[in-house]
Design a protein around this ligand. Structure first.
Ligand code: DAH
Length: 337
């Protein structure tokens, strides 16, 4: 049984307390595990059954009252302390504020966004595919059979069960055409992986942006105009580019595009291996066999495809002589952009 005077005493002591420590002591003394009120509550179970309900309710009410009193006292104490501090605080209105550092997009990510915007304006859709790919999508369906020397064009990390981290985004062409009939007009930004030694132009992981257009009457002239629109869109109309004949098993004819090396102004330097040009991507007219692999009739439809390297374009755009800078966690370098 809790004596009403016990409750009154607890409440008046809470009101009189002048520090948090005093209030904590009170809480322990009355409400703690071995506290006066807790003890009384525990003893309810030993009372005759007919008394338990009323005594229990009374003890619970007492506990609630004491608890509320201590809570209230704590709040008052805190308020008083805060207003005391506020009154006595000295504010130097002339002190300079703390500088807020703003982050920004990674330069290569920003360039990929720009590329996507250029194509979005031309009515392209963005498609995506998995970074872990099957040999079928990465190679076979693109007309690169096993044991074909073209497999060596891209050094591949192989995983178990015929899977691999994709070496290019070209496999998404197949994935997309399996699901969609022409007209097809997509770009595919994404990461790719190659078992390659790093140098100024190469890394073992980098970005690609793949493009695919399939429709009736698509020609090489459409491809050339599109690639030029892309380069002008992100590098300005002044950029100097050239197309070279090349070979990819999934295009015929195939080309590669180079941009004038901005690091040496075309004179020849280590970034462009002395050639005055930086290769920025491959492209071509979609090979009829690739269309047949996805059950599109090559007599009715034709298409072009391309795969460009945003890091290579970034070399030209930002005048950075070495792609590795983009992949090191060096804020001094990245903050320049
Ligand atoms: N997949 C090629 C590479 O990674 C680039 C490429 C070339 C993509 C020609 C294409 C293409 O779509 O038509 O080097």
């Amino acid at each position: 049984m809790i004596d009403p005077s016990t409750v009154e005493e607890a409440i008046s002591r809470a009101k009189a307390a002048r520090s948090q420590a005093e209030l904590t002591d009170l809480r322990v003394k009355y409400l703690g595990r071995k506290g006066i009120i807790t003890g009384a509550l525990r003893r309810i179970g030993t009372l005759p059954p007919e008394d338990r309900a009323s005594r229990g309710a009374a003890a619970n009410a007492a506990r609630a009252e004491v608890e509320a009193a201590i809570d209230r006292a704590e709040r008052l104490l805190r308020d008083r302390q805060l207003s005391h501090e506020a009154k006595n605080a000295k504010i130097d209105l002339t002190a300079p504020g703390a500088k807020v550092e703003y982050g920004h997009a990674h330069p290569v990510a920003a360039l990929v966004d720009e590329l996507v915007r250029v194509f979005w304006q031309m009515g392209y859709e963005v498609a995506e595919g998995p970074e872990i790919e099957t040999e079928w999508y990465n190679f076979d369906a693109l007309n690169i059979p096993k044991d074909h020397p073209a497999r060596d064009m891209q050094d591949t990390f192989y995983l178990e069960e015929g899977n691999l981290p994709r070496t290019h985004t070209s496999g998404v062409q197949i994935r997309y055409m399996e699901e969609h009939q022409p007209p097809v007009r997509i770009i595919v930004p994404g990461k790719v992986f190659r078992n390659e030694d790093e140098d100024a132009r190469h890394g073992w992981m980098f970005q690609q942006i793949e493009g695919l257009v399939v429709d009736e009457g698509v020609t090489m002239a459409d491809l050339k105009g599109t690639l030029e629109a892309m380069m002008h869109g992100v590098l300005g109309a002044g950029v100097e580019t050239r197309l070279r004949p090349s070979y990819f098993p999934y295009t015929e004819p195939s080309v590669e595009m180079d941009a004038r090396c901005i690091i040496c102004n075309g004179i020849g330097c280590s970034t462009c291996s002395g050639t005055g040009w930086v290769e920025v991507g491959g492209a071509g007219m979609v090979h009829p066999q690739v269309l047949r692999n996805v059950k599109i009739d090559p007599h009715k439809y034709s298409g072009f495809a391309f795969g460009f390297g945003p890091e290579r374009i970034a070399i030209i755009k930002y005048g950075v002589p070495d792609v590795r800078g983009f992949w090191r966690p060096n804020l001094k370098f990245l903050e320049q952009f």
